[in-house]
Design a protein around this ligand. Structure first.
Ligand code: NAD
Length: 455
């Protein structure tokens, strides 16, 4: 049964919301009435999990537990728009597992946000935090919305009302959201302010770390903005150094030029790599001589975070983007972008998954058959959640950290995780994605075995 909860009333009613929802049916019917399986992100993450569980012979009980999400919250909430009309929005928060610590994961504002994607992204967060050695579980959520259609004032009211609807289902020691697609430091500041405002004044600052990715003035961490892109480049440097190569002079393309895409390009530029192609939701560019990431970012910032109208490179057919001649591909936008339809056109040596779930199962098989290395998302983009962990610690301890310390810590944690992934891949004679899963699953399995199951 698919249960939805209306949340037009106060938050406390939903403190214990724990909604069981059957797996979504992703079958669709073609014109010939033959049922065709449309692979959603949830299917992909479960296939990856099943494969890793088989390879490592995961304890059957732990496998059963991790196959399900703990809690799935769906809220509907009304907001008054600038023109005086009322619109009712739908928001989600899926909490997959908290065996290792509080739930952690981003909030996405996008038309594609639904239970299927929130579940998949929550599950990936559990693996990611476990692989990074953090004291966190995994969660994800967001609002099914195209934020470009709303004014800043409307977005603030939507965000505050969503936070109120989630109520005590989030909290600094329970579930800690962070930015994701179309959410940013400003939105995190509104969430922190709304959540804290519902608490007694004496505990206001004890709740600052209910979200991470906040602006510096609202308890944010220096370096959190660039943490994910910095981490993507840290994994690429390790990848290159493993075979005595350097990133200097390597050509790369980036899909998505938001937080992850821009900062990845910023740090790759510093390594001497050359950006030869870029794509966002509005435009696709190719320039073999190189594109300046900073010029692109200036243009995007002045253009409502949209690359259309950039004059420093030629536009190309969006369908030809992944076929651009280069050494490195960085998907840093949405899931399911590298598929059977385009994986065969990729001639690069490596795909560094800045986005979550950018490669589907068929796309991955084609990349592997063609000898393309894949730095899996749960390792490649883990710099973001590692940065969030240090923001959370900074708030908990009432400290202020320097950016150099933060980036060094992210670098070190990613290096440890990458080494574990490589050695585990050798141990099981498997690929890096499967070995990344095994490192994460071993940690979770050990925790369950040591702690036991209540009662
Ligand atoms: P963002 O909103 O800052 O940027 C998203 C970018 O993707 C934008 O440039 C947008 O135009 C582009 N885009 C959207 N739809 C597209 C399409 N169909 N084709 C091409 N480009 C498209 O989001 P972000 O925070 O940079 O997140 C990007 C990805 O990285 C997501 O998969 C997210 O889950 C993942 N991620 C983000 C963080 C983080 O710290 N922000 C951490 C880990 C992983």
């Amino acid at each position: 049964m698919f249960t939805r909860v209306s949340c037009a009333s106060p938050a406390k009613l939903f403190c214990t919301a724990n909604i069981m929802i059957d797996q979504l049916n992703t079958m669709e019917t073609t014109a010939t009435a033959t049922p065709v399986k449309k692979q959603g992100m949830y299917d992909i993450v479960m296939e990856q999990f099943a494969h890793a569980a088989e390879v490592m012979k995961l304890d059957p009980g732990v496998r059963k537990i991790l196959s399900k999400t703990n809690t799935e919250i769906v809220v509907h909430f009304p907001v008054k728009l600038d023109n005086g009309s009322i619109e009712v929005f739908t928001g989600y928060r899926v909490q997959h597992n908290n065996a290792l610590g509080p739930y952690k994961g981003g909030l996405r504002y996008h038309a594609t946000v639904d239970l299927d994607s929130a579940r998949a992204l929550a599950i990936w967060m559990t693996w990611k935090t476990a692989l990074a050695g953090l004291p966190y579980g995994g969660a994800k959520g967001g609002i099914e919305i195209d934020p470009k259609k709303y004014s800043s004032g409307e977005l603030e009211r939507i965000t505050r009302r969503f936070t109120y609807a989630l109520g005590d289902n989030i909290g600094p020691d329970l579930d800690i959201p962070a930015p994701d697609v179309n959410t940013n430091a400003q939105i995190m500041a509104w969430i922190a302010d709304t959540y804290s405002s519902t608490k007694s004044p004496s505990t206001r600052f004890a709740n600052l770390h209910v979200v991470t990715g906040k602006p510096l003035g609202a308890g944010g961490l220096e370096g959190r903005d660039r943490a994910t892109g910095f981490g993507v480049v840290a994994t690429l440097k390790t990848w290159a150094e493993r075979s005595n190569r350097s990133l200097k002079g390597m050509r790369y393309i980036v899909q998505g030029f938001g937080n992850v895409g821009y900062w990845t390009a910023h740090f790759l530029e510093r390594e001497g790599a050359i950006l030869v192609g870029v794509q966002d939701a509005g435009a696709t560019y190719h320039e073999p001589a190189g594109i300046s990431p900073e010029a692109l970012n200036d243009h995007s910032a002045a253009n409502g975070r949209n690359l259309s109208g950039f004059t420093g490179a030629a536009t190309i057919d969006p369908q030809r983007f992944f076929a651009i001649d280069c050494e490195i591909v960085v998907p840093a936008a949405l899931g399911n972008q590298i598929t059977a339809a385009n994986a065969g056109t990729i001639t690069a040596q490596v795909v560094a998954e800045g986005a979550n779930g950018p490669t589907d199962t068929e796309g991955e098989a084609i990349l592997r058959a063609n000898g393309v290395d894949i730095i899996p998302d749960i390792l490649c983009n883990s710099g973001g959640v590692i940065g969030s962990y240090y923001e959370w610690l900074q708030n908990k301890r009432s400290e202020v950290w320097k950016i150099e310390e933060v980036l060094e810590q992210i670098h070190d944690k990613i290096a440890v995780a990458f080494n574990s992934v490589v050695s585990t891949a050798k141990e099981f004679d498997t690929d890096w994605r499967t070995s990344a899963y095994i490192v994460a699953l071993r940690r979770l399995e050990k925790t369950y075995k040591e702690r036991g199951i209540f009662p």
